[in-house]
Design a protein around this ligand. Structure first.
Ligand code: SF4
Ligand code: SF4
Length: 469
């Protein structure tokens, strides 16, 4: 069965850490009682501990899937640890006493807006926030605690001379094998068949919070006011009228891309059960070529509309994850097959990569240069490839080759044909380079969003709730 799925790509090489995505997501969806602490979209600094604190530590939180005798099982089910998150795992949400600024009493001192606890409405001292370790604030403590230091001596990189940083924007990954859906005892969480968006039916949700533990990315948020769970909805009301999610449209760096991909639903479990070092390749293998006549025929037979198939042929997500292999999933070892992908960061200025501060244009120099990059490859591999360094190297090598291709043309005055040898070495064509340049450098046409003209569903046609069935 072929299905269409919305997917996102985020280019970490150019993320500014401006938090516009997070702030706009909050303003649109969670700026209300019960969700004060919730950031469906958030931005973390790495190395760091993230939000909620140390969310990648599955020994602590018990999320995702594990293989037991070759079979996929929820870690939650295997370990039988039921420990929903507490407010201290996130932070105590606060606002400020703005009245003190807008209508200050006459006095000798500058008016100050003190922080106010959003729950108790009383003054409070701020001790943590959703981006407390932003820009390496307190890196000597929080950076070292980052779970991605596996097989790396963190202390080498946590010195002033060697320190590095990049931003990691996050949201629900609308996974192909979502642990949250599998963990829900009331079947309130479901994956929309038409486009793969994972949603929670608020009438079915009983607030058991199994989903919150099962999601390894900690992207389910319990609403203390309604007693139900909530999550990122990929801004589906916007998608349905052809608009991108709000975090994408408002991205200041123009580094978020959205499109649909076609995938083979029958191969999902097999891909999610692959050996750890093959997980990225297995994930890619179930994303189908939208130009293949056999795929098109089967997709039509399976009910994928023509405009979705056409959109899949123009999808930045298809090209970046599947065709060019320059984008990678976050923590594939959780085995949920996430559908938000990341272009890994290339490290600071390319001019510092080669000897004498110059960049050697010869292909032979690309691999050693990548090996010498400031951000350790193993660190990126632990984050985006279940430790498989080759996957990260492949992506970075192609990104470096693209830069070198355009440098040859724009700095050395070479023709495209003459400059293209560097592309051939990494398996890219001039057409690929032009498209990559348009998307990554210029940030044009960042989303391709097909819509379904479906008739409105009557209230009486909605799925019955647990109470009424
Ligand atoms: S990221 Fe978490 S909440 Fe989102 S679909 Fe995957 S498992 Fe579910
Ligand atoms: S809005 Fe874009 S550039 Fe700014 S932090 Fe978010 S993803 Fe990065």
């Amino acid at each position: 069965m072929i299905r269409a799925q919305f997917a996102m790509v985020i280019n970490l090489d150019k993320c500014l850490g401006c938090h516009a995505c997070a702030i706009n997501g909050k303003k649109v969806w969670t700026n209300r009682e019960g969700q004060e602490y919730a950031w469906w979209a958030n931005v973390e600094t790495r190395p760091g501990v993230g939000y909620p604190k140390l969310w990648e530590d599955q020994e602590r939180y018990g999320g995702g899937w594990v293989l037991v005798n070759g079979k996929l099982r929820l870690r939650l089910e295997v370990e039988k640890k039921f420990k929903p998150l507490e407010m201290r795992d996130y932070y105590t949400p606060y606002t400020y006493d703005y009245k003190a600024l807008f209508a200050p009493e006459v006095g000798e001192e500058q008016p100050v807006a003190n922080p106010i606890n959003m729950y108790t409405k009383k003054p409070m001292e701020i001790k943590w926030s959703p981006n407390w370790d932003d820009d390496l604030g307190g890196a000597n403590i929080y950076g070292k605690a980052d779970p991605n230091w596996k097989n790396i001596q963190a202390s080498i990189y946590m010195t002033l001379r060697n320190i590095f940083m990049f931003y990691l924007p996050r949201l629900c990954n609308h996974c192909l094998n979502p642990a949250c859906v599998a963990a829900c005892p009331t079947k309130a969480i479901y994956k929309r068949k038409e486009d793969g968006i994972v949603l929670i039916d608020q009438t079915r949700c009983k607030g058991y919070r199994y989903c919150e533990i099962a999601c390894p990315y900690k992207k389910i948020f319990f609403n203390w006011k309604t007693g139900k769970s909530e999550k990122c909805i990929f801004c589906y009301p916007r998608l349905e009228v052809g608009l991108p999610p709000i975090c994408v449209e408002t991205c200041v760096g123009r580094i978020r891309y959205v499109g649909v991909v076609l995938y083979d639903e029958d191969k999902v479990l097999e891909a999610a059960s692959a050996p750890e070092d093959k997980l990225v390749a297995a994930h890619r293998s179930i994303i189908l070529d939208p130009f293949d006549p056999k795929v098109i025929k089967q997709a039509k037979a399976d009910g994928v509309p023509d405009n979705f198939i056409k959109a899949a042929q123009e999808s930045p997500a298809y090209y970046m994850f599947k065709k060019w292999e320059i984008a990678l999933p976050l923590h594939p070892e959780y085995r949920t097959l996430p559908m938000v992908f990341y272009i890994p960061p290339l490290s600071p200025v390319i001019a510092s990569m080669g000897p004498n501060g110059t960049y050697d244009a010869k292909y032979e120099s690309i691999i050693p240069s990548i090996d010498e990059m400031r951000i350790p490859l193993q660190y990126l591999a632990n984050m985006f490839a279940a430790g498989n360094v080759d996957e990260v190297k492949k992506a970075l090598k192609r990104l470096v080759a693209i830069r070198e291709f355009f440098r040859r043309i724009n700095v050395e005055g070479m023709s495209k044909m003459a400059a293209a040898s560097v592309l051939q070495e990494v398996g890219l064509s001039i057409e690929d380079a032009d498209l990559i340049y348009k998307w990554l450098a210029l940030g044009k046409d960042r989303w391709v969003i097909p819509t379904r003209n479906r008739p409105p569903r009557l209230a009486s046609q909605r799925i019955p709730s647990i109470q009424s069935s």
